[in-house]
Design a protein around this ligand. Structure first.
Ligand code: FES
Length: 86
């Protein structure tokens, strides 16, 4: 197999960018939670619950929502470092 074939095979084995379901009870996806997080500064799980209904069932997804909010906060902080200095 040529090295080009290996690189194509390697690329096809990469995990696709997925929009996973975070809240299985309400079928709320990662992108919906990130959109909700982007609408409020310092969004909390409670904010996400009000905005998307995620987490209003069994509550098992609260830790995943919290993790996504932290991830989103890190991403936005990294994308706008000048706000940190103000
Ligand atoms: S998994 Fe989100 S409320 Fe049950």
């Amino acid at each position: 197999m040529s090295s080009d074939a290996f690189s194509k095979l390697d690329a096809s084995c990469s995990p696709p960018e997925t929009d996973n379901v975070v809240c299985h009870c309400l079928q709320i996806r990662r992108s919906e939670i990130k959109t909700a997080a982007s609408m409020r500064e310092s969004a909390t799980v409670r904010c996400v619950m009000k905005m998307t209904d995620a987490g209003t069932g069994c509550t098992a997804c609260h830790s995943r929502i919290r993790q996504l909010l932290a991830e989103y906060a890190r991403e936005t902080k990294a994308a706008s470092p000048q706000l940190e200095q103000a």
